[in-house]
Every structure is written in C-alpha cells, then in structure tokens.
Design a protein around this ligand. Structure first.
Ligand code: GDP
Length: 594
C-alpha cells in the first residue's frame, strides 16, 4: 500500500494495484480524489465513471503519472478468512493438479437450479447404471477428459454459511444473471460474497433464448457493479447460455477449466485425507450419513476419521451415482457411512492413524474451545479492534455496511475509506440498502468483519445469530457519529459502551430527617436489592425527579451493604432530600456491553 511522502518531496512510492480496480478504489489507494483519477484516465483516452473498473495496466499508468512505482498485487493478497486447505511444505512434492470445485450463485429465478440440472444431464461422468444421479449434495462432470465438481446447493447464503463454519471448498463461482432481468440485489450480494472469499467469478448470462433477453445491458450493469468482463477489457470470463435449451453449456464448462488452470489448483493424493462436510443426516437404517468433499489426500475404506466433534471408521462410501467406491481422491464428493454421530455441514474431516489418535484429536479440539475460547476470535468488534490491531491480528477492518437508502452508502463509504492508518485498512466488503440480514451476519463471521447499520433495522434472525456468534452490529443515524466511532476504534480511543442493568426497585413509605438537612426514605424493597453505592433514580409517577447514588443504607440502626426484596430499610440518596411517599426508587448498575 502507499507509503507517506512529505509535501514537496518527489513521490517515489511503491504501490500494489489489484489486477482490476474501480476508479474509486484507485483514488483511495493513490490518496487523490476520484476526479483526479478520471482526469488522468481522460488524458489516456479513457472516459470512466467513479464506479468503473479498470485493468491493472490502465491503473498502473495512472499511478505512474502520479509519481508512484506500480506493482501488481499478488493474487494471494485476497481477503477472506477461512481458505481452502493449504498443503504443508513437506507435501509440496506430492502435489498434483486437482479438479475445481464450483458453486453457482445469482439472483432468485435467474436459473441456478436449471443450470445445475442442465450440466448434470449433459455431462454426468459415467452413463453406466442408467446414469441416475443420486442426490448427495455435489456431483462431478467430465469435460475433455478433465473433471469438474459442482456443489448442488446454489446461492451465496450456503456458500458463506460454509465459510462461516470454517470451510472454504469453492474454487470458482458461476454467477448466473438472467438476460431478461439483469443485475438484481442478490446478484450484487453474490458478487460481494464471492469477492470477500477471494473466489474467482465466471459470469453465465442465462435465458438468452428469451425474446426480451438483453445480454449487453447485463454487461453494462456488471461493469457498473465493478465486474469487468473480458470483452470490456476486464478479466472476468462471461458466457451467454440458455439453461433451458442447453446452449452454451459446453463453452461454460470449458471456460471453467481455463479459469481452473489459471488458479493452478493442486492437491496431494498420496497423503491422509482432509475434507469438508457438505451435508449430513441421520438415516433410520444406515445411521449417520455424511457427504464429504475431499480437499486433499485420498480417503479409503476402513480409514479412521475425525469429523468435527465425532469420529468413526469408513464402513462404506458412495459416489454421486450412488455407486460403492473404495477410495475418494481430491475434489471428489462421497457419501460415507460409519460415523459415531451426525456431524455438521462445514465440519472438517481428518484421516487419522487409529481410534486412539481419533479420540486424542477430538479431546484436543474440545479443550481448545473450552479453555481458550478467546483464542478463536470469530469476529472483530469496534471495542476490541485496537487490541487486535496491536496484536497484529487485524490488518484490514472488514465492514458490511447496510443503509436505509442507496444514497447514504457512498458518502459513508468514502468517509470510511479515508480512515486507513499505517496498520489497518478499512475495507467495505459488502454494502446495500435494507435491513441487516442473516446473510450479512454470516458474511461478517466468514470474513471476521463487523456490521454497520445506518438508519436501518436488524432482522430478528440476524440479531440472534450475531449474539450467538459475537458479531458486532453497530447502528447509527448520524454519519458523523459512525465515522467518528470507527476512527476512534482504529486509534484505540473508543470509550466502551455500557448497558444498564436494573438491580432492584423499592417503594418510599415514610420520610425521616437525619441531621439538619438530610432526609432518609423509609422504603420497602419490592424487587431485587438495594445496595450502598448503587446508582439510583427516583420516579414520581412517570417522571424522574432525581438520578444519583445510594449514599447511606440502614436496617434499624445498623449500616448495611444491601437489603433485599421483602425487607424494609432506610435509604439516603446523595444530594437529594425531596422524597415524597409513593416515590419509586430504581436501583441500577452499568455494565460494559459485551
Ligand atoms: P433459481 O431460483 O435461480 O434456481 O432459478 P430456476 O432454475 O428455478 O429457474 C427459474 C425459472 O426460470 C424456471 O421457471 C426456469 O424454468 C426458468 N429458466 C431457467 N433457465 C432458463 C433459460 O435459460 N431460459 C428460459 N426461457 N427459462 C429459464
């Protein structure tokens, strides 16, 4: 990223630029206004708007004009929490090319399911056994002698839910956009979810058989959304298809292979297997069944495996055709029998030597979670942000921004973009209008991010999930407060927020003088407790007449620390003497919000 240079000094700054970058992002990177970038582009004969994405060469030329030395950002610099299985150094020699695992995403009714069916019908690997595919959550097809694995649950929600559970199995995503409907809200969400995971996108413009299909408009809309297809000078492959008439399917599949080759996907088939559960259920007669996608290594019959919190020996395995198999290699989905109990989708499968090792591994995992839950940070919060930055755990603050209206997003985005410090960048991985949804929370978990709402609500399911998973949701109505909080959090200056906990209530039944000017209320504690030093409010009907602290507390003649419900006591309130019979004392303490 850009390094500081003093005014007047020549900027001999090194800058890493992504292989495609929106004008707005480039402006942030180069620390100039977007207008300056647009002017520079115009000098090079390119007329771009602020959202337009330019390729590396174009961006680099602008950077050089502005006095930077430009370098392409390494592909590994993608964001995303959980990644695909990464081989250890000692296994590198055993690496072999591995089929890509593909997920289909896109707006509802744009044809994801129909495309999955079309691919399955035209290209299912063996047509033996009548070619009846079993539903095991994933299937493989063969194209030009090479395999491709498809996950059968389309949609970015399922994709991100898996990531949130720590499993990233997808290598490439197909973004389906209906040519008669264009880019829609879930198309944009899908783009953000795929990009947050660093998964390359291949666009399939579907329904081109329809008379009102307009693929050109779709391409324009994609560019506006920051996804620039090859035809427009970007690097995103785009294939027109009709899932209904099965046209363009083989081009799409061939293009997936090209992208897979560029991604250089490899795994080591000769090591013990590691995989991810894509679905699991309890079968009444067969017992626990789990569909697992092998990510590296080879899983064999009779292998002992640990899967999430359970374990077992592989009693039988079935491929996507329902055929018994003896082994499963990388990128192959299999249904396996023999586990002790039903694991969860997203759990990791690990082959181990024997039962002893399996039990030891399960115990170790359980202990890690029980003893040091803090060692497994699920998400950042504005309050712990500075600690995490200081500990080197956070280099980017991933933000999901939801606003009441689309128009609020841009000013917030640009203000937040300017807050980057030496140690940490603020990156808005998803923005949109509308309520905060479960899918937003999933994305926050998967990307270790936080959610900021501006003038918008939180869906009940999203609130529950965020509470369980410890995802920080911040709501604001004033942009200044929002930006100020994030700024303070980045600098470690954010005051903790406190929530009020009501400790008790008491009713004033008598008033006594104590000393010359002091008054004490004789109260009956109706709920909870009254304690000395607690904060107190005096309510008179609907009105608060005083807010202070309990300065003295007596039962009969004795000073006491607290009096509980059902007892009478004498209460003095600091700087308050104006009690009336019938007043209600409300006692409360403030606790740091978690
Ligand atoms: P999903 O919600 O994205 O999974 O969409 P579906 O696959 O269920 O498709 C939605 C509707 O669009 C269904 O009625 C499909 O038959 C129809 N559809 C899907 N692909 C095509 C296509 O290529 N051409 C036409 N004309 N209709 C399609």
């Amino acid at each position: 990223m850009a390094k500081e240079s003093k005014p007047g000094e020549p900027k001999a700054n090194l800058i890493e630029i992504p292989h495609s970058v929106a004008v707005r992002q480039l402006a942030d990177l180069l620390q100039v206004s977007a207008i300056d970038i647009i002017k520079q582009l115009m000098r090079n004969g390119i007329f771009a708007n602020i959202n337009q994405v330019v390729d590396y060469e174009t961006a680099a030329a602008v950077a050089v004009n502005l006095g930077y030395e430009a370098h392409p950002e390494p592909r590994a610099a993608r964001i995303g929490g959980s990644k695909r299985y990464r081989p250890q150094e000692e296994e590198l020699s055993g690496l072999r090319p591995c089929p890509p695992v593909v997920t289909i995403m896109g707006h509802v009714n744009h044809g994801k399911t129909r495309l999955l069916d079309a691919i399955r019908q035209t290209n299912v690997m063996a047509t033996e056994a009548g070619g009846i595919t079993q539903h095991i959550g994933a299937y493989q097809v063969e194209v030009n002698g090479q395999k491709i694995t498809f996950l059968d649950t389309p949609g970015h929600e399922a994709f991100t839910a898996m990531r949130a559970r720590g499993a990233q199995v997808t290598d490439i995503t197909i973004l389906v956009v209906a040519a008669d409907d264009g880019v829609m809200p879930q198309t944009l969400e899908a783009i953000d979810h795929a990009q947050a995971a660093g998964v390359p996108i291949v666009v399939a413009i579907n329904k081109i058989d329809k008379p009102d299909a307009n693929p050109e408009i779709v391409k324009q809309q994609l560019a506006d959304a920051g996804l620039l297809i090859e035809e427009w000078g970007g690097d995103v492959v785009c294939v027109p298809i009709s899932a209904k008439e099965k046209t363009g399917i083989s081009e799409l599949l061939e293009n997936l292979l090209v992208v897979a080759e560029m991604e250089d996907l490899k795994a080591n088939p000769s090591r013990p297997a590691v995989g991810a559960v894509i679905e699991a259920e309890l079968d009444k007669s067969k017992g626990p069944l789990a569909t697992v996608l092998i990510q590296t290594g080879t899983l064999r019959l009779s292998d002992t495996v640990v899967v999430g919190g359970t374990w077992g020996r592989v009693r039988a395995m079935f491929n996507d055709m329902g055929k018994r198999v003896r082994k499963a290699e990388p990128a192959m989905p299999v249904e396996l029998l023999g586990l002790d109990s039903v694991p969860q989708a997203g759990d990791t499968l690990t082959s181990v030597a024997d039962e002893h090792q399996a039990r030891a591994l399960i115990q170790k995992r359980q202990q890690e979670v029980q003893q040091q839950p803090s060692l497994v940070p699920k998400a950042v919060s504005l309050e712990n942000l500075f600690d995490q930055i200081s500990a080197g755990q956070v280099k980017e603050l991933n933000v999901i921004l939801k606003a009441d209206v689309q128009g609020s997003i841009e000013p917030i985005r640009s203000s937040l973009g300017q807050l980057a410090t030496e140690q940490v960048q603020v990156r808005i991985i998803h923005s949109g209008s509308g309520n905060i949804t479960e899918s937003d929370v999933m994305l926050a978990i998967a990307s270790k991010g936080l959610i900021i709402g501006f003038g918008t609500g939180i869906e009940a399911g999203a609130r529950r999930l965020a509470d369980v998973e410890g995802v920080d949701i911040r709501s604001y109505d004033v942009i200044y407060h929002l930006v100020d909080d994030v700024d303070k959090a980045l600098k470690g200056m954010l005051e903790p927020t406190y929530v009020e906990v009501i400790d008790g209530r008491a009713e004033v039944r008598a008033i006594f003088s104590s000393g010359r000017r002091e008054k004490v209320a004789g109260v009956y504690v109706t709920e909870g407790k009254v304690s000395r030093g607690a904060s107190a409010r005096v309510w008179r009907g609907e009105q608060i007449v005083c807010e202070s602290v309990v300065s003295s507390l007596r039962r009969f003649k004795d000073d006491v620390k607290e009096a509980t419900s059902g007892y009478e006591c004498g209460v003095g309130i600091k700087d308050f003497t104006d009690f009336e019979i019938g007043d209600i004392l409300e006692l409360f303490t403030k606790e740091k919000a978690s």
